[in-house]
Design a protein around this ligand. Structure first.
Ligand code: DHB
Length: 320
């Protein structure tokens, strides 16, 4: 894993009062820092690929996740139906949080409740832990039995944020779904209910069929699409949401290069997250951060050499 130099303050970001050395986050559930530490040892801590670590989503009770198969590759994308396997709140606090607290960057814990009362317990207990700097409210997971996405509806989102806001003084980041009719309206509802930031996009709902049986391939039936295949959709929604709210927007969806990241920031993102690309290259966060610094001209003495992502197709430059 190649490392990004511990930089000065050129790329530093203040995210809701939390100081980050740069703007590159991981998408929740796309980088297992505990497994990576086992695999790479302490070099992971010396060369950590992200400037803020977002945990996998934690639910109140332990979950086994969806039956296999859980993944399907599409042209330029990945369809997943993982189904939120996790140790549950007690298991997370006892076993995972102490390990995540050893990471060299601030920690955001992602939580999801099946009801507002569940969400309240999660936010109160996670928010009480000193190791946690921010909380992500995942109201946008598409891979649960109910098939319902709280964050698809502005009113439901507002009620969830209003319920938990008084329980935790720490910044609350609401993770939005692209599967909403009007993501800008959901973002505005979250802001008015007290959210400190929004992040988007989660995965786009989709499905794949077994090539022979024509039955759903994924054990969960349907899944969520991520990767470069969704980048243009994500960029459009980030731009639209950034125009609708005044709280910070964390942009993600198929970011695979510094040039991609620079586009999301130009569209209004205060920070960006790398997700699917980290499965291909666990050091992608470093590379994208370095490329982004070059793109923004903040790395003194280094010529900007940002290239479009490998999947970029030249459609011809617009006429000058
Ligand atoms: C899972 C998928 C998501 O898109 C998400 O936000 C959280 C969890 C999952 O399938 O585990």
């Amino acid at each position: 894993m190649k490392g990004r130099q511990a930089s000065g303050t050129e790329q530093a970001v203040d995210l809701c009062g939390v100081s980050l050395r740069g703007p590159v986050l991981n998408g929740s559930g796309t980088f297992d820092a505990i497994a990576a530490r086992r695999a790479f040892g302490d070099v992971l801590l010396e060369r950590f690929p992200f400037d803020l670590f977002v945990s996998k989503t934690v639910t109140l009770e332990p979950r086994a996740g969806n039956p296999p198969p859980r993944l399907w590759e599409t042209p330029a994308g990945l369809l997943n139906s993982i189904g939120l396997p996790n140790k549950g709140l007690d298991g997370f606090l006892a076993a995972d949080l102490p390990q995540l607290a050893e990471l060299p960057v601030p920690l955001c814990v992602s939580v999801m409740g099946f009801t507002r009362d569940e969400l309240a317990v999660l936010v109160e207990r996670v928010g009480a832990r000193a190791e946690v700097s921010l909380i992500e409210l995942n109201v946008s997971c598409p891979n649960v039995e109910t098939g319902l996405i709280m964050g698809a509806d502005p009113g439901e989102t507002a009620r969830a944020v209003e319920r938990v806001r008084p329980l935790c003084p720490k910044p609350l980041v609401v993770k939005l779904t692209p599967n909403a009719g009007d993501p800008g309206a959901v973002a505005t509802a979250a802001e008015e209910a007290g959210a400190d930031a929004v992040s988007l996009v989660n995965t786009l709902r989709g499905m794949a069929l077994h090539p022979r049986t024509r039955r759903p391939w994924l054990g969960g039936g349907s899944g969520g699409l991520s990767g470069p295949a969704i980048r243009a959709v994500a960029l459009g929604q980030v731009a639209s949401v950034a125009r609708s709210v005044s709280i910070p927007v964390i942009g993600m969806g198929g970011i695979a290069s510094g040039a991609d990241a620079a586009e999301f920031m130009a569209a209004g993102a205060a920070a960006i997250a790398v997700g699917t690309e980290s499965f291909r290259d666990p050091g992608a966060g470093h590379r994208i951060g370095d490329e982004l610094a070059g793109a923004r001209g903040v790395t003194s003495g280094v010529t900007s050499s940002v290239q479009p992502s490998p999947d970029h197709r030249s459609g011809g430059a617009p006429a000058a």
